[in-house]
Design a protein around this ligand. Structure first.
Ligand SMILES: C[C@H](CCC(=O)NCCS(=O)(=O)O)[C@H]1CC[C@H]2[C@@H]3[C@H](O)C[C@@H]4C[C@H](O)CC[C@]4(C)[C@H]3C[C@H](O)[C@]12C
Length: 328
C-alpha cells in the first residue's frame, strides 16, 4: 500500500508520498536534467524537457520514477492499484504511453495540472513492459500542482482522469469509491464534542480526542485514505516557518505509515509490507525531503544544486543509517 497527498500551507506547496512495500528495487533519489532525452516507444521523444527530481530505479540509464516533481512544481506519484488497473494494447488514434513512461511524459512537458489534463486527453496507457524481468505494474497516479490535484486510473473501460478535491490517493478501491467513503466519516472532529447521543443519557467527555475515536486506524487503503485526509485537513500548519511545515508534513505522512509486522504479504507470508521511504517535495523550491524506515532524520536533496542544463542523471542513494543524537 502507499499513500500520497498534496498540501498547501499559506503560499507553500508540498507533495508527500509513503512507499509501502516488502522489497526494494534499488531506488534512489534521481535528478533528470533538462537535456537528458526521454525516449518513448510510441509518442514523441522529449529531447529537451523540464527537469525532474524524484525517487527512481535507474535501469540502463533510464529513470523509472516511483514519484517525482518537476522544476515548475508539478508532482506525480504512481501507487499500487492491483486487480483494477488495466493496460491495453496500442490503439490507433490514441497517444499510446506505456505505464512506466507516464511520469516522465507528463512531468517532462506539463507545468500545471491543467496542462496535464489536456495532455492526458485521448491517452491510452499501454501494457508494454520495460524489460522481460520488469512487467508493467498495476498503478494509478496522483498528479498535483500548487492549487489542484487529479487522479488517473486506467480501468478495463478506459482511462479516467478525476478531479481530486482532497488531494489524497491510496490504493484500492477505485478513487471515486474512496472519495465517496469519506461521507461515512463526516461526524469525525478534532474538537471537543457535545453529547448528541441523547439528552436523556448522561455521557461524559472523559478523555481528550473523543471526536477522533472512530477515525479508522487500519493499514488497509480505505482506512489510510480517510485518516490521511482527516489528518491533512486538521493538522495545524505553522505557515511561515519552512522547517516547521516540513516537520508537520512528515507527522501527517507518518500517521499513515506502515509499521513492519502489521501488514502480511499474502503471497509471501513470511514478509510484511512497511514504509520503506517517505518523501515530501517542496514544490516551490524543487527540494525533496525524505525519511526511511531505518532513518528518522529528515534528509534533503535540492535539484537546484546540480546543473539542470546537463545531460547526465544525478543519483543519491538513500541514507538508511539511523543518526542518533547522543547527548551525553
Ligand atoms: C509497488 C509500488 C507501489 C507501492 C504499493 O502500493 N505497494 C503495495 C503492494 S500491495 O498492493 O499491498 O501488494 C510501485 C510504485 C512505483 C512502482 C515502480 C515504478 O512504476 C517504476 C517501475 C515500472 C516498471 O514497469 C515495473 C518496475 C517499477 C520499478 C515499479 C515497481 C512497483 O510497481 C512500484 C515500486
Amino acid at each position: 500500500m502507499c499513500t500520497a497527498m498534496s498540501f498547501t500551507v499559506a503560499n507553500h506547496h508540498y507533495f508527500g508520498r509513503n512507499l509501502d512495500l516488502e522489497i526494494s528495487y534499488g531506488q534512489q533519489v534521481v535528478i533528470t536534467p533538462r537535456n537528458k532525452p526521454f525516449n518513448f516507444h510510441e509518442v514523441d521523444d522529449l529531447n529537451q524537457h523540464y527537469a525532474l527530481i524524484g525517487v527512481a530505479a535507474v535501469m540502463n540509464d533510464y529513470p523509472l520514477y516511483f514519484d517525482a516533481a518537476n522544476e515548475h512544481g508539478l508532482a506525480m506519484g504512481g501507487l499500487n492499484y492491483p486487480d483494477n488497473a488495466f493496460y491495453a494494447d496500442s490503439k490507433a488514434g490514441y497517444k499510446n504511453v506505456a505505464s512506466f513512461e507516464l511520469i516522465p511524459w507528463v512531468l517532462g512537458q506539463c507545468a500545471t495540472v491543467d496542462e496535464a489534463k489536456k495532455l492526458l486527453t485521448n491517452v491510452n496507457v499501454t501494457n508494454r513492459q520495460f524489460s522481460p524481468n520488469l512487467p508493467a505494474s498495476p498503478l494509478h497516479w496522483l498528479i498535483a500542482d500548487q492549487t489542484s490535484a487529479i487522479v488517473v486510473e486506467s480501468d478495463r473501460d478506459g482511462v479516467h482522469v478525476y478531479d481530486d478535491p482532497v488531494g489524497v490517493l491510496t490504493n484500492n478501491p477505485s478513487f471515486p469509491k474512496q472519495l465517496f467513503n469519506l461521507n461515512n466519516y463526516r461526524t469525525l472532529s478534532a474538537n471537543t464534542l457535545a453529547n448528541t447521543f441523547s439528552d436523556q443519557v448522561n455521557l461524559t467527555d472523559y478523555s481528550r480526542g473523543l471526536g477522533t475515536r472512530n477515525l479508522p486506524g487500519g493499514m488497509d487503503a480505505e482506512s489510510r485514505f480517510v485518516r490521511a485526509t482527516f489528518n491533512k485537513y486538521n493538522a495545524n500548519w505553522p505557515e511561515h516557518d519552512e522547517i516547521a511545515n516540513i516537520t508537520q508534513l512528515f507527522h501527517v505522512m507518518h500517521s499513515v505509515e506502515q509499521q513492519s509486522g502489521l501488514d502480511q504479504v499474502a503471497t509471501n507470508p513470511a514478509k510484511f509490507e512497511y514504509t520503506i521511504y517517505t518523501v515530501g517535495y517542496d514544490l516551490d523550491k524543487g527540494s525533496l525531503y525524505y525519511t526511511t524506515y531505518t532513518n528518522n532524520q529528515i534528509n534533503c536533496v535540492d535539484m537546484n544544486k546540480v546543473d539542470l542544463a546537463s545531460q547526465q542523471l544525478t543519483s543519491y542513494p538513500f541514507i538508511n543509517q539511523q543518526a542518533i543524537n547522543h547527548v551525553n
